[in-house]
Ligand binder design. Structure first.
Ligand SMILES: *Cc1c(COP(=O)(O)O)cnc(C)c1O
Length: 392
């Protein structure tokens, strides 16, 4: 072994054993998703309660047919960046449809939600600017903020008073400011106070970016977090993903024409990456059509979350995401293992995905779960909650 290879090996092995000791090592497991939230893993058939395919679109026959037809007609891959020859007409059509759905002038599609957030903030802010990020916002919002080179301040979760204090202190020294938040928080399932955020954004001239990855398709009959408020609270920058309730892959930003045009020229994760494959775009288009025409389907995930919490004595959910906070990493893993032995897949979520001391089970509900599956899960989780209460 050459000496640089040896030092690399030594480094990787030492890091891995440290992570293992702290119960923070992660492993990739073969997971074969089937219709109706059935998942095959390790030769077993489980009910999946940790998927973000909230509407079962990934297995919807119409969505699959659209993606098959697009692959047959237009090929498996797009062949180049959108600025070269990857700009398939289906992409432009999907952008128009999303803009209309979100009531914005324009929309721009990225390779994934993660890439969208690496694109948006750095294209709009840089050194000399100020970015305020909710402490529980998704990792890619934090990464985008860091990548921009602007000053980054993390504010307390959903705390408008803390955000206002920080804006009052730091805003004047910066050229431009941005506020970044999830619409539905991915690991807690609560909603951001969007009207209050818009108010602060207006008062301090800070551009608000709301990441609605978990809102589209499931909040307010599928229309997203903005519509959980009356009147609807639309941020200037409405970002989301095609990979969750739409069952496909990709990310988007709905915003004004000028903002989208600027991003088309300036956003590195758009310019320097290959466009989405036609099959993924066609799948998202069909899924969006189904979202627009089936409000009952969009309401079912939250209804099932309510059905579950009522049986377990947990607080009323605002979204299909129900966290069961356990605290300790090893105990969260053990709880997940115990559910596994009852036939339910609920992955334990540990730091750095969530703050230290808040390891948890993150349970998500999908329109294609059976009522009886939800009831059976509640029967398995209720005793765990009682045990947790007894300890605390
Ligand atoms: C999943 C998620 C993303 C990333 O979206 P992908 O399309 O999976 O890359 C971004 N933001 C939030 C809040 C998410 O939950």
């Amino acid at each position: 072994m050459s000496s640089n290879t040896a030092s690399l090996e030594e480094f990787a092995a030492r890091k891995l054993s440290g992570l293992e000791r702290r119960h923070l090592r992660r492993r990739l497991v073969q997971s074969d998703n089937r219709p109706r939230m059935v998942i095959h893993r390790d030769g077993r058939e489980l009910v999946n309660f940790c998927s973000n395919d909230y509407l079962g679109m990934a297995h919807d026959p119409a969505v699959i047919a659209a993606s098959q037809a697009a692959a047959e007609r237009y090929g498996a891959g797009s062949g180049a960046s959108r600025l070269v020859t990857g700009g398939h007409p289906l992409l432009f059509e999907l952008e128009q449809r999303l803009a209309a759905f979100k009531d914005t002038e324009d929309c721009i599609i990225f390779g994934s939600g993660y890439l969208a957030n690496l694109a948006i903030t750095p294209a709009l802010a840089g050194p000399g600017d100020l970015i305020l990020v909710d402490e529980l916002a998704h990792a890619c919002l934090h990464s985008g903020a860091k990548l921009s080179g602007a000053e980054v301040i993390v504010f307390r979760h959903n705390d408008l008073a803390d955000l206002e204090d920080r804006l009052a202190t730091a805003r004047a020294g910066a050229r431009h400011a941005m506020i970044l938040t999830d619409g539905v928080f991915s690991m807690d399932g609560d909603l951001a106070p969007v009207p209050g955020l818009i108010d602060l954004a207006d008062r301090f001239d800070a551009w608000l970016l709301v990441d609605d990855a978990h809102g589209l398709g499931v909040i307010a009959q599928g229309r997203g977090t903005a519509h959980a408020f009356s009147p609807p609270a639309r941020a200037s920058l409405q970002m989301g993903t095609l990979s969750k309730s739409l069952g496909s892959y990709g990310g988007y930003l709905c915003a004004s024409r000028n903002v989208c045009e600027l991003l088309r020229t300036r956003a590195r994760p758009l310019v320097f990456t290959t466009a989405l494959p036609p099959a993924a775009i066609a799948a998202a288009l069909t899924a969006l059509e189904l979202v627009e025409t089936s409000p009952e389907r969009c309401e079912r995930p939250v209804e099932l979350a309510r059905r579950f919490v009522r049986q377990c004595g947990l607080p009323e959910p605002a979204s299909p995401i129900v966290p069961v906070i356990i605290g300790d990493e090893a105990e969260a893993l053990a709880a997940s293992q115990s559910l596994l032995s009852s036939g339910f897949l609920v992955t334990a979520i540990r730091p750095p995905t969530v703050p230290r001391g808040t390891a948890r089970l993150r349970i998500t509900f999908s329109a294609t779960h059976q009522d009886s599956d939800v009831d059976a899960l509640a029967r398995a989780v209720a005793p765990m909650l009682q045990a947790l209460e007894a300890v605390s």
